[in-house]
Design a binder for this molecule. Structure first.
Ligand code: NAP
Length: 244
């Protein structure tokens, strides 16, 4: 039996990068995967390459109605949700070549980063938890960053969103305690060669981590039961050591 046989897993930001890689790995481990992001064409292409059952449910994580619909469709199709992976994220670093000091960040840029990286996680978590509480089991896995633990100048919106996400993860864990649901954060432990870094020169991209860096740890987190570890934030490598 594969590690995640029959598990129902929602992956946000599944159209590319780390999300696509985790979704593929979950499917290889026997899970039924719900792929969500904005780009339906890319989601369909990812779904076509999966060995197992999946559901393509496009949504913008900034919009509550769209998020609620993804969760409703998941419950309609698969009867429940076992793991939610809040992975969708954007960075101003990826929107332009240079870092931007706070004095240069526009309101629109700030809103975009905070709404995708933090509000989107709140919306998906809010919609999913009632179903997990009802079945007294489930895992919420939030994709954070080293910049959720320390700060650099020129990435104020991203740093603020990921520090917020760290706090949201702990609140989720506290509220879900004794209801069979775990909530944890994971980060790749460094820069990963995804579209976020598309502006870097090829030589530099070759030196950073591959998008499958979190797959093993994500499987371990999704395989956790109601008594699993909760309220912690670690790199993929640290999670592997903690859970294996
Ligand atoms: P990526 O390749 O750029 O993928 C980002 C994903 O988020 C895409 O699937 C994108 O899909 C989705 N997304 C963006 N805006 C969205 C929105 N408004 N609504 C729904 N989905 C949206 O980035 P990645 O590197 O894989 O990043 C994944 C996560 O890892 C992020 O949370 C990021 O902060 C974190 N992370 C990345 C690195 C790194 O070095 N790459 C390091 C640490 C942490 P659509 O465009 O189709 O909507």
């Amino acid at each position: 039996m594969a590690t995640l046989d029959g598990e129902r897993i929602i992956v946000t930001g599944a159209s590319r990068g780390l999300g696509q890689s985790m979704a593929e790995r979950f499917s290889e481990e026997g899970a039924r995967v719900v792929l969500t992001a904005r780009d339906e064409e890319r989601l369909d292409a990812v779904a076509d390459g999966l060995p197992g059952e999946s559901l393509v449910a496009p949504a913008n994580v900034r919009h509550a109605d769209a998020v609620d619909r993804v969760v409703e469709r998941t419950v309609e199709e698969f009867g429940g949700i076992d793991t939610l992976v809040n992975n969708a994220g954007v960075s101003l670093l990826g929107m332009q070549d240079d870092r931007k000091e706070l004095t240069d960040v526009t309101e629109d840029e700030w809103d975009t980063v905070l709404e995708v990286n933090l509000k989107g996680v709140f919306l998906f978590t809010r919609a999913t938890l009632p179903h997990m509480y009802e079945q007294a089991s489930g895992n919420v896995v939030n994709v954070s960053s080293g910049l959720g633990r320390h700060a650099i100048g020129g990435a104020g919106a991203y740093v603020s969103s990921k520090w917020g996400l760290e706090g949201l993860t702990r609140v989720t864990a506290l509220e879900a305690e004794n209801r069979g649901v775990t909530a944890n954060a994971i980060d790749p432990g460094g820069r990963v060669d995804t579209d976020i870094w598309a502006h870097l020169p090829d030589e530099e991209r070759e030196q950073i981590l591959d998008p499958d860096v979190m797959d093993d740890a994500a499987v371990l987190l999704a395989a956790q039961g109601p008594d699993g570890v909760t309220g912690e934030s670690k790199t993929a490598e640290e999670w592997e050591q903690r859970l294996e």
